[in-house]
Design a protein around this ligand. Structure first.
Ligand code: 6CS
Length: 348
């Protein structure tokens, strides 16, 4: 993200807020044009580009809100690249300049250590339906909500976007294969701890810099779902995908906590109505995007795919356990309760 783009948008957002703060008396043309009330604008910032899973969620949310409010509320969706990097988007939400955003644990665990639970490998159920049940558990949601609220955010939804697939220019079949590998990680230290436990040399980078860093050899590998590997063209600069079924990419949908709490009752009901039923909608979309794009990646002839066996996965699980301890140390008592709840719900 170029600093000048971010600066220009901040200026535009700041002036937008100033304009919306003007009274009717300040507006010389109001009343000359129409009696229709101006629509209320909600800004929604994405960590992914147009055509992504996050974009599908946001476009569906926009459509539902506009129907529910009969056009009184319009949702402006800002795809990745138009505002800022993930940590910048979260800051725009906490500052109240953007109303809604995606905040993935790999970035937001810096501010919300409890979010690091989603970065721990081999913890959540392998089955998608069972995983959904865990994510929907009320006790777990309340514990997570408390963590998000401490950071000034309202947790509106959790969106699984598919299994993370590792890419590199070699297969990563055992923890030894990670030895010395400069692995790109998202910006929260907790993601780095997992790869460090496997012997890699983690390098934090924003999403927008990964392609160039891989191409220039500044990093050797990265990890993302198939749809993201394809849409960011990582397969052009990497030759092997390894699918470990270790972690899913789970993003959170957030708003500013005070904005959500101070919404008109009716507006809050619209938000809640719009997001109910979204899990079924997005699960189908993400499965479809990941299936189709994995197929495209394989057909591209530029990258191969390896699936880890259960035995290989067991070695990675064992080697990852120090990252669980690091999560406990960072996320404290609430983090421990979250971990125990996930374990209890996920079974052995
Ligand atoms: O790797 C990342 O940084 C990004 N990956 C995805 C699939 N979504 C957003 C996130 O920032």
């Amino acid at each position: 993200m170029k600093a000048r783009h971010y600066g220009a948008l901040m200026l535009a957002l700041a002036s937008g807020l100033l304009l919306s703060a003007c009274s009717d008396d300040d507006n010389p043309v109001k009343g000359l044009l129409s009696d229709e009330p101006e629509p209320v604008i909600w800004r929604f910032a994405l960590e992914e580009i147009g055509g992504s899973v996050q974009d599908a969620w946001a476009q569906e949310f926009r459509r539902r809100i506009e129907v529910l409010s009969d056009g009184q509320i319009q949702v402006e969706v800002y795809p990745y690249g138009s505002i800022g990097t993930s940590p910048q988007l979260t800051r725009l939400v906490t500052d109240g300049r953007v109303h809604l955003a995606f905040a993935s644990p790999g970035h937001v665990a810096d501010d919300i250590p409890e979010a690091g639970v989603f970065l721990l490998p081999f913890l959540f159920p392998e089955n998608d339906g069972a995983n959904r049940k865990v994510l929907a558990d009320n006790e777990l949601r309340e514990l997570l909500q408390a963590g998000w609220q401490d950071a000034g955010l309202q947790l509106l939804d959790l969106v699984p976007e598919g299994w993370m697939i590792w890419t590199a220019n070699r297969a990563l079949d055992t923890p030894d294969d990670f030895s010395g590998l400069r692995m790109r990680t998202m910006t929260a230290p907790q993601q780095a701890e997992v790869f460090r436990a496997w012997g890699a040399d983690p390098v934090h980078l924003p999403y927008s810099e990964v392609y160039d860093a891989l191409q220039l050899g500044q990093v050797d590998g990265q990890s993302n779902p198939a749809f993201a590997i394809a849409e960011m063209n990582f397969h052009e600069v990497q030759s092997v995908m390894t699918a470990p079924k270790a972690t899913r990419f789970v993003a959170s949908v957030v708003s500013n906590r005070d904005w959500y709490r101070n919404l008109d009752e009716e507006h809050r009901q619209w938000v809640d109505a719009a997001r109910s039923g979204m899990p079924e909608f997005i699960d189908e979309i993400q499965r479809d995007y990941n299936r189709r794009r994995l197929q495209q990646l394989r057909e591209s002839g530029r990258i191969t795919l390896e699936q880890l066996t259960d035995e290989q996965r067991a070695r990675f699980l064992e080697a990852s356990l120090p990252a669980r301890e690091a999560y406990r140390a960072r996320a404290g008592e609430r983090g421990e309760r979250i971990l125990q709840r996930v374990q209890a719900l996920s079974g052995p």
